[in-house]
Design a binder for this molecule. Structure first.
Ligand code: FEO
Length: 393
């Protein structure tokens, strides 16, 4: 795709990665993604904001073919999907300097072996004149890494937000046209990349949102010409409010766990609680992560495999633990044949979560009257706790 005009002298350059199916070699990307860079030609200086994933360097370099000079490359974030083509840009534009935070400089020197003499570091709030346009750099630590910053283009009220507000969506639309579709892609993005840093986002948004913003141009997915759409979505996701939802990831080997899952799902549904059930042998774990963004409760269900939880349950519990969703409650359901420590071991995997743990349910073989009664009790406890926390209207 060729360079595209956002406004006079402000261009999108970048790559739509239609075929990428995993991010961080972990989260499925059913709709691909993009790596957005932006070129701003001021009356005196020209700047490139970020680059693209190194696997697609040639596309960015071909978009820049007609550009005679670049004075600065702003690196908002050292992660390689944005910084990986900086060495190619510096090779072509010998006089270009890399503008970044002091932490970003150290990381780019380590990750990409960019020589120290190529850098200019900026302070939080510092400005750079391009002649008729002024960039202001705003530190935004932990969205996504500790070195991250964003850029505000004063004359045009554009926020270049890098990972913040991004979406994993390959599209030819320069701007958001289908908000429902982008909402899902942006929530997937938030769940995987941003959710562990919810409190940092809150603090950074307080600072950044004081600016008058007409456009938000992120580094993944389309540009927001209606910034309130994504800002309001983020305000909801980063709030302390959880929904009347139970997330129920499970594995079953010989039907015992599955029977308990189905029974609990039915009991919860009868009480008006929304349940998202995920069979971990087939589920898209991105969907699981999305469901954790605003659920109040997670109940993990596992058979026992060599005393502990099933390995796929182990992975899902570990993922939930590192993504640190704002869950309030959790419990475990497990089954076994002759001996089990699956409950203790699964609980140990979610120690990061600040949750109240409800009485787990353990069944030897198929569930019987006592286990069904325990599942009824668990459903009642969840319902009462959700009511107490006003998740139920
Ligand atoms: Fe899109 Fe943290 O990189």
């Amino acid at each position: 795709m060729k360079m595209r005009v956002i406004k006079e002298d402000i261009h999108w350059v970048g790559v739509v990665d239609w075929d990428r199916r995993l991010f961080d070699s972990l989260i499925p990307l059913p709709d691909g993604t993009s790596y957005n860079a932006y070129l701003i030609k001021g009356s005196e200086k020209t700047v490139l904001l970020d680059t693209v994933d190194p696997s697609m360097s040639s596309i960015l370099m071909s978009q820049l073919e007609g550009i005679g000079s670049i004075d600065y490359v702003v690196s908002h974030h050292a992660e390689q999907d944005h910084s990986g083509t900086i060495p190619c840009v510096l090779e072509k534009y010998k006089g270009a300097k890399v503008i970044t935070t002091p932490k970003g400089k150290g990381m780019l020197m380590d990750l990409l072996c960019i020589p120290e003499r190529k850098f200019i570091t900026v302070d939080d709030g510092e400005t750079l004149s391009l002649g008729n346009k002024t960039l202001q750099f705003l530190y935004a630590p932990w969205v996504h890494w500790p070195e991250t910053m964003v850029t505000y283009l004063r004359e045009d009220n554009i926020l270049f937000s890098c990972d913040l507000f991004g979406s994993h969506l390959a599209t030819t639309d320069l701007y958001v046209t289908d908000e429902a579709r982008v909402y899902e892609s942006a929530k997937r993005y938030y769940a995987e990349i941003m959710m562990p840093f919810r409190m940092a986002i809150r603090k950074n948004m307080e600072k950044i949102m004081k600016k008058k913003i007409d456009l938000i141009a992120p580094s993944h997915g389309p540009i927001y010409s209606n910034p309130a759409f994504i800002v309001d979505a983020y305000r909801d996701w980063i709030s302390d409010y959880s929904r009347n939802v139970v997330v129920l990831p499970y594995i079953s080997m010989h039907q015992s766990t599955k029977k308990m899952v189905e029974y609990l799902l039915s009991a919860l549904t009868e009480k008006g609680i929304t349940v998202y059930q995920f069979d971990l042998t087939v589920t898209d774990i991105g969907k699981l992560a999305i469901s954790l963004v605003d659920a109040a409760t997670m109940v993990i269900a596992t058979p026992t495999v060599h005393v502990g939880p099933h390995p796929k349950v182990f992975c899902a519990a570990y993922l939930a633990n590192i993504l640190r969703p704002k869950l309030k409650f959790a419990s475990i359901i497990a089954s076994y044949g002759w001996g089990s420590r699956a409950i203790e071991q699964t609980l140990a995997l979610i120690s990061n979560l600040k949750v109240e743990v409800f009485e787990p349910v353990l069944s030897r073989g198929l569930p019987k009257e006592a286990e069904f009664k325990a599942l009824d009790d668990l459903a009642t406890t969840i319902w009462e706790k959700h009511k107490e926390h006003t998740f139920i209207q």
